[in-house]
Design a protein around this ligand. Structure first.
Ligand code: GDP
Ligand code: IMO
Ligand code: MG
Length: 456
């Protein structure tokens, strides 16, 4: 019986993950692009085309949805892991868009195990949202549920990109289509026949006016796009492990945000995947023990797209001002993002569940010019002070923010290149975050460009 572990048999962690600590759009794309320089591969492990990651290089803006942000570095491997749900048409569109701009995408690999988002998933996503909206409108604001203090049903405010229905099919199994299936005509026909038999009655009930799904047409479309993408489809688990055996470093790119995580987020106002760092294992086949660095990205304030509680939301002129200065309009849907003060209860929780080893603080420049900054350090729930983030949306909806006030800073920050160049008010804000979250701020970002970044 061995009495001790042999340290030599334990592979040293050589990988990093970039993960959002709020409700998405924290600036993960920018940070992944930055860190990619130091890694051999960039890998997506969750989400799908609901993600919108912007990278600005020398004034040129790139918006990426499915392709890892590291693609902008020539010679890097870019991998879409098995945990991603791939809309193959959106992916082809994104590849074409990058090719037109001269970006080499030949290093892209797509997991054969990743599930495909098909047209009927997107249709279902939209129809479910419409239904929830209708039901919600019938109940609010004075319906019977309201009288009992329940949170009314409402649409989730999804991106309508078919994410939830595709993940649901993955768990249902028999009818789900993996990327490998798109090149197996007989297998695909079988799966689609089951899928259509299951989906048609529901789609008919929700949208009688929609034309019926026809198997030959759905099959032909799926095979055509499968043929286009098949050269990139492979066993990415083996591919990544071969890289690790060669001593290569891998960077994992989280999509969406920790508060949108299907288990740990503000359920049910969440997305369908594991967004937090531990999603790397199931979403790529690379064990999470390989992660040496967990970089949590957070904005200097809060934003959220879609429905669900947001205790620090600013539904006023100040919120509008921050939205405009921070260009807070969705990269994927163009929707205006809800804006609020920094919520440290939420960020502390996210840092904890991710095991964040460092923080990248973005959008600090957006707060310049405000006389006073408010920071939510705790909630009040039914007269009690609470410092722990509640487990779901219904509990969070009852939370009132308790604010600490801080003096603002007048100076614009876009030209700062060293942390010590930041005005005293901005430095105090960064130090306050480190103290409150208990994780070092390793990166401060003061603008969208690669160059507008301070690394300590
Ligand atoms: P992601 O989904 O987390 O990758 O974030 P998005 O790309 O959807 O949204 C972040 C937006 O903020 C993008 O438009 C970025 O170009 C921009 N951005 C990133 N960092 C900063 C920053 O420090 N300051 C400002 N003003 N904009 C930033
Ligand atoms: P990135 O990677 C912001 C939100 C949607 C909606 C909820 C569920 O750019 O940070 P879904 O379509 O996933 O079923 O929608 O999740 N959402 C995001 N919000 N940024 C994202 O991604 C998001 N991905 C999903 O707005 O509220
Ligand atoms: Mg985004």
């Amino acid at each position: 019986m061995p009495t001790s572990l042999n340290p030599a048999s334990t592979p040293s962690p050589s990988c990093s993950v970039v993960v959002g600590l709020q409700w998405g759009d924290e600036g993960k794309g920018k940070l992944v692009d930055l860190l990619a320089a130091d890694h051999h591969a960039v890998v997506r492990y969750n989400g799908g085309a609901n993600a919108g990651h912007s990278v600005v290089v020398k004034g040129d803006r790139y918006s990426l949805h499915l392709i890892p942000s590291g693609i902008l570095y020539p010679g890097k491997a870019a991998v879409i892991g098995n945990g991603v749900v791939v809309d193959p048409w959106k992916l082809a569109e994104e590849l074409d868009g990058l090719a037109k701009r001269g970006v080499d995408t030949s290093g892209l690999r797509i997991s054969s195990r990743a599930h495909a988002v098909l047209q009927y998933h997107k249709l279902e996503d939209g129809l479910r949202e419409n239904l929830l909206k209708r039901v919600g409108a019938e109940r609010a604001p004075s319906g019977p549920d309201q009288a009992q203090g329940a949170v009314p049903v409402s649409e989730i405010g999804t991106t309508r990109r078919g994410i939830g229905p595709a993940y649901a099919d993955k768990v249902q199994r028999a009818s789900a289509v993996r990327m490998a299936d798109l090149s197996r005509p007989e297998q695909l026909r079988e799966k689609l026949a089951i899928a259509l038999a299951l989906k048609e009655p529901m789609l008919r009930a929700l949208a009688p006016e929609e034309p019926a799904l026809e198997l030959p047409k759905v099959l032909d479309q799926a095979l055509a796009i499968g043929a286009r993408l098949s050269p990139m489809v492979c066993d990415t688990t083996q591919y990544l492990h071969a890289m690790l055996r060669d001593g290569k470093r891998i960077l994992f790119e989280g999509a969406n945000g920790s508060l949108l995580d299907v288990d740990h987020g503000t359920y049910p106002y969440v997305t369908g995947s594991t967004c937090i760092a531990s999603g790397v294992g199931p979403g790529t086949g690379v064990p999470s023990t390989r992660l040496g660095r967990v970089l949590g990205v957070m904005k200097a304030y809060s934003t959220r797209v879609g429905s669900g509680p947001m205790p620090t939301e600013l539904k006023n002129e100040l919120g509008d001002r921050i939205r405009v200065k921070g260009r807070e309009f969705g990269t994927t849907t163009g929707r205006p993002r809800r804006v609020g003060w920094l919520d440290l209860v939420a960020v502390r929780y996210s840092a904890m569940i991710n095991g964040a080893t460092g923080i990248a603080l973005t959008m600090l420049d957006v707060l310049a010019g405000l006389d006073e900054l408010m920071v939510c350090s705790a909630y009040r729930v039914g007269g009690e002070l609470v410092r722990d983030f509640p487990p779901d949306a219904y509990d969070l909806a009852k939370a009132e923010p308790v604010y600490a006030r801080m003096p603002g800073f007048a100076e614009e920050l876009g030209a700062c290149r060293q942390r010590r160049e930041l005005p005293a008010g901005a430095q105090r804000y960064v130090e306050m975050i480190e103290r409150e979250v208990g994780v070092p701020v390793e990166v401060v970002s003061v603008g969208p460009d690669r160059a507008q970044t301070m690394v300590s």
